[in-house]
Design a protein around this ligand. Sequence first.
Ligand SMILES: Nc1ncnc2c1ncn2[C@@H]1O[C@H](COP(=O)(O)OP(=O)(O)O)[C@@H](O)[C@H]1O
Ligand SMILES: N[C@@H](CCC(=O)OP(=O)(O)O)C(=O)O
Length: 387
Amino acid sequence: MTTEQEGRGIQRLEHAKRVVLKIGSALLVDDATGLPRRPWLEALVDDVLNLRRGGREVLIVSSGAVAVGRRSLGLDPTRPRVQEKQAAAAVGQIRLAHAYQEILARHGVTAAQVLLTLDDSENRRRYLNARGCIETLLGLGAVPVINENDTVTTQEIRFGDNDRLAARVAQMMSADVLVLFSDIDGLYTADPNKDPTARFIPEVPALTPEILAMGTGALTAHGTGGMVTKLVAADICMEAGCAMVIAPGKGLHPVQRLREGGRCTWFLPSHEPHAARKAWILGSLKAEGQVMVDDGAVRALAHGRSLLPAGVRAIEGEFQRGAAVRVVNLDGDLLAKGLIAYPADEARLLMGHKSGEIEALLGYRGRDELIHRDDMVLDGILRAPVC
Ligand SMILES: Nc1ncnc2c1ncn2[C@@H]1O[C@H](COP(=O)(O)OP(=O)(O)O)[C@@H](O)[C@H]1O
Ligand SMILES: N[C@@H](CCC(=O)OP(=O)(O)O)C(=O)O
């Protein structure tokens, strides 16, 4: 790898505000005992703490529930049935979460278990709930330890592999970097375990058909992904403006080795996560309603602030929480488009009121903002001029 290539990826990691680390079963679970590898996990937690000391937020997407639980239940790994895998995940997840919790707690850090399903990334209301919860956990200094909620998913309605889940989490949380730790040090032109002429690829600036053709299935006993799912994950990340890296995870302190310039493959998107999210709100979502705001709110939006209920005069349309809505001024001029934090009926109850009154009006304490600035893109007469 050239110094310049090394540099670009590492720079992304060193300047990242939010990093997702994905740990595969083959790295975490000891083949002989079927238990989490403690020394490896302790070294990983050390790495996580170092990242956090540098001011970064860290999320962990961890596989291993099925591998751990399968062993505890004495299930045959060669003939997995869906219900047995679900049962194994239920047993293994509690042990896995406990291992993370125990090691992080020794350093005074709180671990938080988050189990997600495919629906949580595709249904906008659930998406906002999951995102809000993880955002709150990060704000409170916890380390979210995320896995698929295997016990309630079936073949048709699941991520199926944690490479893709991790990419969806990175996209949902506008992470700057996703690290996929693997049993291999990166992407090759072909599977190097089968083809000795396969060449290593240090950096992928775009997912061309040639790159996509390099993906083939998994070889390991525990793993479900192989290179195919890593390239699917790269596609999700690149689209979301998140850099992704496939790095070797077998040895102790895999993050430290990555930061020291160890061999890996970087997938580097040309745009930032924030820009990608805003483009998605502006371009891909159909507005389901309209919010009319007063002049004070127009000034707040123009300064990049969130929209509070106090500045709202009227709400049109019937929509659910998380719907995309147009924001207009009293003359009906378009100002912005955003994802609203309340359904239409509740938003109507809140309009014109101070955020401190939300609990009394709705009977629960929701978000202070009707549309958070991270969920809003200025448009129409407030659209930033393109230079
Ligand atoms: N083009 C490729 N480059 C690198 N590895 C590949 C490629 N195609 C297939 N593989 C295989 O994918 C494996 C990594 O995927 P997987 O076993 O799912 O890893 P993990 O469990 O670490 O996520 C490698 O060990 C390798 O055998
Ligand atoms: N949710 C499953 C993980 C499935 C998976 O993707 O495993 P892996 O290929 O080892 O990352 C589990 O915890 O066992």
